[in-house]
Design a protein around this ligand. Structure first.
Ligand SMILES: Cc1cc2nc3c(=O)[nH]c(=O)nc-3n(C[C@H](O)[C@H](O)[C@H](O)COP(=O)(O)OP(=O)(O)OC[C@H]3O[C@@H](n4cnc5c(N)ncnc54)[C@H](O)[C@@H]3O)c2cc1C
Ligand code: SF4
Length: 461
């Protein structure tokens, strides 16, 4: 038996809007899928979920038609259910026991989690409207309101500490707000989750750039017992190609940020809020690249993603790739960009690439990719979006005595420890791990919160 197909907007319709592509299980589909769950007594899926969500428990509640209870069950271990039900890479499904049977697919756990959020949500505020209760008399400042900051804040507030989140931008949510496009994570879901975190007693101060508007020393002087750095890894790294400063070349982070801040409705305007050519080429092979391509398609552009890996090695989910293709995004694989070509006005006009091919790399059948001799070719482009690597936002380290970063500019932490090299300063999420997927960030943030709670109860002076 297979998972039910999640209803989606048709490609022809969705390329003309920014509304969510996947519409989620219907009630009937969710109940049927929930009934398929074998309700194992020793569930491998729970061991496979880095947050330890009680998967059989919440699925049982869906089966019984109690969607609010289902959401509460998820929330016991996962404060950001609305995000996970949409973006999590769902390692729980890989662990599902049904994978061991022939022609049987794992339970659609992620889609059921989304269902629990979407259908249990309307009543949530009445249930989870905890007043701010600072039972421990300890204050925590969290720097950054991405998923890491939100999880740390929610969990420490639940533990009884007073938590304030400081965020540079006007809106909270980090990459989930200004990176992930609305058609994969609607702003109303984002706002709901942020409201939920606030309802636990967390205060969020936007337009607060720590290091500029307040220093770390000022935060300590104003009575915070611990500071947690969750500043993410959103700084674009130069891609190494010459002429990347030419006009018509954008970093993907900047491109997505401009679209997200302007809002999806800008698609209805006669012109984009930035110059976008007709032939858009995106260089990269991860979520950043595919999301950028899918946004550009929605502006009616001819879009190609160029990358040097094989299709299997792309760092995006199968559904993302499939949906992008259905929307008209083309993929040029095994092509290594070597140079950006520009016209007399220094505007980009193409990318010179080399074709890659497989070559033996040892006696054990290993292989590597090498450029094919004389294989140079040019891909025409009037806009190039650089969606390569990004690095940690560790600006604060330059301004704070004793706060060290490692060779990759991540905040330094001792192995398995939440504390940085500076007293009472902790780090979590991508700021400590480097670019990572969402579930890794949440799991790290949960561990860090547990350690901070112990620290505050023990001696957090
Ligand atoms: C386009 C895109 C799509 C993605 N899609 C997926 C996906 O489908 N699945 C998945 O698993 N992962 C996905 N990811 C990865 C995911 O978004 C990250 O793992 C996650 O956002 C990292 O969370 P974080 O809280 O550590 O950092 P961030 O989300 O980067 O948040 C950091 C926050 O800190 C703030 N900040 C930084 N410095 C300061 C300062 N000095 N003072 C105050 N505030 C500050 C920033 O403004 C930001 O809001 C995607 C990433 C991108 C870019
Ligand atoms: S958080 Fe991710 S891994 Fe855990 S149950 Fe939800 S979808 Fe599965």
């Amino acid at each position: 038996m297979r998972q039910p197909n999640i209803p989606v907007q048709t490609p022809a319709k969705r390329v003309k809007n920014f509304h969510e592509v996947e519409l989620g299980f219907s009630k009937r589909q969710a109940m049927e899928e929930a009934r398929r769950c074998p309700q194992c007594t020793n569930p491998k899926c729970v061991a496979g979920c880095p947050l330890g969500v009680d998967i059989p428990g919440f699925i049982r509640s869906i089966r019984e038609g109690d969607f609010l209870r289902a959401l509460q069950k998820v929330r016991e271990n996962n404060n950001l259910a609305g995000f996970c039900g949409r973006l999590c890479s769902a390692p729980c499904e890989q662990a599902c026991i049904l994978n061991e049977e022939k022609n049987v697919q794992a339970i659609g756990i992620r889609a059921l989690e989304r269902f629990a959020f979407d259908h249990g949500q309307s009543k949530v505020r009445q249930i989870f409207n905890a007043e701010s209760t600072n039972q421990t008399n300890k204050k925590v400042a969290v720097v950054g309101s991405g998923p890491a900051g939100l999880v740390v804040a929610a969990q420490l507030a639940e533990d009884g500490h007073a938590v304030t989140v400081f965020e540079t931008f006007e809106k909270s949510g980090g990459f989930l707000n200004y990176g992930v496009p609305e058609f994969r994570l609607p702003k109303k879901v984002l706002d709901n989750e942020i409201d939920y975190v606030k309802s636990l007693g967390v205060e969020i101060k936007n337009l607060s750039f720590i290091g500029r508007t307040h220093s770390i020393e000022e935060l300590f002087s104003s009575g915070y017992n611990a500071i947690v750095l969750t500043t993410g890894a959103g700084i674009p790294k130069p891609c190494g190609l010459s002429r990347q400063e030419a006009s018509g070349v954008y970093f993907a982070q900047e491109f997505l940020m401009r679209v997200n801040f302007a809002g999806g409705h800008l698609i209805l305007r006669p012109a984009e809020p930035f110059a976008l050519g007709e032939k858009v080429v995106v260089l990269g092979c991860g979520e950043l690249a595919v999301d950028s391509a899918r946004v550009a398609v929605r502006f009616g552009k001819n879009v190609m993603v160029v990358h040097s890996s094989t299709e299997e090695d792309m760092k995006v989910s199968q559904e993302q790739k499939q949906q992008a293709k259905e929307e008209g995004v083309r993929f040029e694989i095994l092509a290594e960009p070597v140079e950006l070509c520009v016209d007399e006005q220094n505007h980009v006009k193409g990318i010179k690439c080399l074709r890659l091919d497989f070559a033996d790399a040892g006696e054990k059948g290993e292989w590597k990719l090498i450029p094919v001799k004389d294989s140079e070719f040019i891909i025409e482009a009037d806009t190039v979006i650089l969606a390569g690597e990004s690095k940690v936002n560790s600006y604060i380290a330059k301004l704070t005595q004793g706060l060290k970063v490692d060779s990759q500019e991540r905040f330094y932490r001792k192995k398995d420890q939440a504390q940085t090299s500076a007293k009472n300063i902790f780090a979590a999420g991508a700021a400590a791990l480097g670019p990572a997927n969402f579930i890794e960030v949440l799991s790290d943030s949960k561990n860090v919160s547990n350690q901070i709670d112990l620290f505050l109860r023990r001696d957090g002076e």
